[in-house]
Write a protein that binds this ligand. Structure first.
Ligand code: GLU
Length: 383
């Protein structure tokens, strides 16, 4: 196996074993697995740390994305509803719990002489290109230096509008920033089922090639724990981010000691194949989560966009939002269907001024020569 280059380029990752054998792997652990009655599940954590150490010995680089700060802190502070009764509670709980979370990971990995590195990120750290590249550089340096990054959202400062809220999507974004080959989401269910898993006809889906609306529809009833905030929908959103970036993602049941070996041996879980590999910048753009406005276009424009054209003002029918030039906007078709997203060349007010206008008509309205497009195809991702 080559020492450099992405494993996924060398070998398509399509099974749980292949995900678990990825050269650079992000492992996400939910609160429901790590916290039991307000205390860390140390026996379980140690068994997972043993597996992480084995993977490191086999030459893999591991990034951990760990939840649990809110659940642990809520127990220490005696806060109701696991610290999720209000945003202020969640922030305070995370602040207390993160100390303990970092400590238990540090201890568990130190048993194998591995050094853990705490990294707390907010949504904006990964939404803004420059900050995203900074976070990517830190991850790279930590891995190069042999540490195991343990990442969580910086919940004590994240507010409702600017937070991931679930670590599933965070894990996919971190994988993208770290140029990882695969993501393993440790859940409290075996994977994605074609219907509510409690139904007797429910069947586990083993492989997903593209998170389509039909796949999303299967996520109705997912995780049962109530302690984390992810659920199956967040996991599918994470899979979408990963597949666009050319990263394989698997959901396995983490509720056993040595959960990775168990899932590999049983070959049980759901693997989402990387369906396409956009350029790194486009994958980052497609994985951004917080559009500031919506541009609706007509049917002709839908066709043009599907053929790879830029979005022109002539095809615009409606503009929602008060955004600045350069903002991320969501693109919708006439029936409200989502077409993709991109960086807009005009402010919201300017977009509204040129709705439906041809290039030649725009100068009079804008007072300056129009730009080549409202959203240029180089700054647009579909889907
Ligand atoms: N970041 C949160 C924590 O550490 C958990 C988010 C989630 O439930 O996915 O408690």
């Amino acid at each position: 196996m080559p020492q450099t280059g992405r494993l996924s380029e060398v070998m398509a990752i399509g099974t749980i074993l292949e995900v678990a054998s990825a050269r650079r792997l992000v492992i996400k652990i939910g609160s429901a697995l790590l916290v039991e009655d307000g205390n860390p599940a140390l026996v379980w954590l140690n068994s997972l740390a043993d597996e992480i150490a084995d993977l490191r010995t086999a030459g893999a680089e591991i990034i951990v994305v760990s939840s649990g700060a809110i659940a642990l802190g809520a127990a220490r502070l005696n806060l109701p509803r696991g610290g999720r009764a209000s945003l202020a509670d969640a922030q305070a709980a995370a602040s207390v719990g993160q100390v303990e979370l970092a400590q238990i990971w540090g201890t568990a990995l130190a048993r194998h002489d591995h050094l853990s590195a705490q990294m707390l990120v907010t949504l904006d750290d990964l939404e803004e290109r420059k900050r995203y590249l900074n976070a990517a550089a830190t991850l790279e340096r930590l891995l190069e230096a042999g540490a195991i990054p343990v990442v969580n959202e910086n919940d004590s400062v994240a507010t409702e509008e600017i937070r991931f809220g679930d670590n599933d999507r965070l894990a996919a974004r971190v994988a993208q920033a770290a140029n990882a080959d695969a993501v393993l989401l440790l859940s409290d269910v075996d994977g994605l089922y074609n219907r509510d898993p409690s139904h007797r006809d429910a069947a586990l889906i083993e492989r997903v090639e593209g998170v389509t609306p039909e796949v999303i529809a299967m996520a109705g009833a997912g995780s049962s724990s109530g302690m984390g905030s992810g659920g199956m929908l967040a996991k599918l959103q994470a899979a979408r981010i990963a597949e666009r970036a050319g990263i394989a993602l698997a959901i396995i049941n983490g509720a056993y000691d040595r959960p990775i070996a168990k899932a590999v041996a049983a070959n049980r879980g759901t693997v989402f194949l990387p369906v396409r590999s956009d350029s790194a910048r486009k994958a980052w753009l497609g994985g951004r989560l917080a559009p500031e406005g919506v541009l609706t276009v007509d049917a002709g424009c839908v066709t043009a966009l599907s053929e790879g054209a830029s979005l022109l003002a002539a095809g615009l029918t409606e503009v929602e939002g008060d955004f600045a030039r350069g903002a991320l906007v969501s693109l919708h078709g006439p029936k409200g269907e989502r077409l993709g997203q991109g960086l807009v060349e005009y402010s919201g007010a300017e977009c509204r001024a040129i709705v439906g206008l041809k290039q030649a008509e725009q100068e009079a309205r804008l007072g300056y020569a129009p730009r080549a497009a409202v959203v240029h195809r180089d700054h647009m991702v579909r889907g």
